[in-house]
Design a binder for this molecule. Sequence first.
Ligand SMILES: C[S@@+](CC[C@H](N)C(=O)[O-])C[C@H]1O[C@@H](n2cnc3c(N)ncnc32)[C@H](O)[C@@H]1O
Length: 204
Amino acid sequence: MSLWERHGFARLMDWNMRGPATGRLRAAAVAPAAGDVLEVGFGTGLNLPYYRDSVRSLTALDPLDALRERVDARIAAARVPVRRVLRAADGRLPFDDARFDCVVTTWTLCTIPDVATALREMRRVLRPDGRYLFLEHGVSDQPRVARWQRRIEPLYKRVAGGCLLTRHIDALISAAGFTLVECERWVEPGPRVFTAMVRGSARP
Ligand SMILES: C[S@@+](CC[C@H](N)C(=O)[O-])C[C@H]1O[C@@H](n2cnc3c(N)ncnc32)[C@H](O)[C@@H]1O
């Protein structure tokens, strides 16, 4: 992880990804989470205020260890017990099969380099009756916007911690063996290359 990712980008991400608009999306995305939850791409803990009492424990996985005081304060204020695991998701996860009731990702599948492996691992550690909840951005359904996404992606990913703009998120989730239960796509206000959203849930 570069110095920019660890310090500069982490600050930018934390500033850019909080606020009422993303808060509403986060609240809706994580509301169904229950039991033992694994959040992949925990970032700076911006989902923590939105987990409900139905969550027994949160395992927060991310290779990024930045803004430590701020993240520790968020963990201390959370109403669920949090265990941090500082490692990447695109290798063998250090958890038994079927260990979790729920897996959550928000704005993370865009960034994990080997996203296919990460999704397969997330599926492995989910109980057969568990749920994967996702809130992500990806490639636009509009060909003109998608062309712009492809054009700017090589430069954008260098400054945005590896974030790719052109991933087909629901196709990747299905390709990993998940069955989509709900899947909604929409466009958020803002520059369209960044705002093609997808959210939903899947079973393993
Ligand atoms: C755009 S940020 C989103 C952070 C957080 N999920 C949120 O909603 O605020 C993407 C996150 O993915 C994490 N990430 C990057 N590569 C990863 C990997 N291989 N495995 C797990 N997380 C990764 C980054 O460190 C970063 O925290």
